[in-house]
Design a protein around this ligand. Structure first.
Ligand code: HEM
Length: 127
């Protein structure tokens, strides 16, 4: 394996683990109404953006095809996922500080989980 192939493999493994960190906790909590755990989802969302950019860079350097429209759509969805999780965390912290329920974060968790699943569909189905 060339150094570039190793870099692509490492980034792709991190990319798959990143999506698991978002979608796993989402599925576990999809019917939960309060006391959400957002830390793994937030870390996963950051990992997706960072490793996604890295994967594009490695493909460019290695002269592999890059579908710019697909990457643009994936980046837009990944940013929506990340922003939704930041909003969810902020709203949860405010609710905890105010002594109220963090149910206000529920729709944001759903946006993040659905967005990540949508990005898996885009990644695999857009050929
Ligand atoms: C929630 C966010 C994301 C999810 C769930 C996701 C999911 C996936 C999946 C499942 C694959 C493997 C598909 C395959 O190889 O057949 C993949 C590959 C890839 N993703 Fe993402 N992705 C996300 C965000 C991003 C972002 C933001 C970028 C770039 C800006 C990106 C760039 C890529 C690239 C370039 C590959 C191909 C890797 C290769 O085989 O060389 N992804 N993604």
């Amino acid at each position: 394996m060339s150094p570039l192939e190793i870099a692509r493999a490492v980034l792709l493994i991190a990319h798959i683990l990143g999506l698991a960190a978002i979608i796993g906790p989402f599925i576990l909590q999809v019917r939960t109404k309060h006391d959400f755990r957002f830390a793994p989802m937030l870390i996963g969302a950051i990992v997706q953006v960072v490793t996604g950019v890295g994967l594009v860079a490695v493909r460019e350097i290695g002269d592999l095809d890059v579908n710019n429209a697909k990457i643009g759509v994936k980046m837009a969805i990944a940013v929506i996922v990340l922003v939704a999780l930041i909003v969810a965390v902020v709203r949860q912290r405010r609710a905890v500080a105010a002594g109220t329920s963090d149910r206000v974060s529920l729709p944001w968790m759903h946006v993040a989980g659905a967005g990540a699943i949508l990005n898996v569909i885009v990644a695999v189905a857009w050929v």
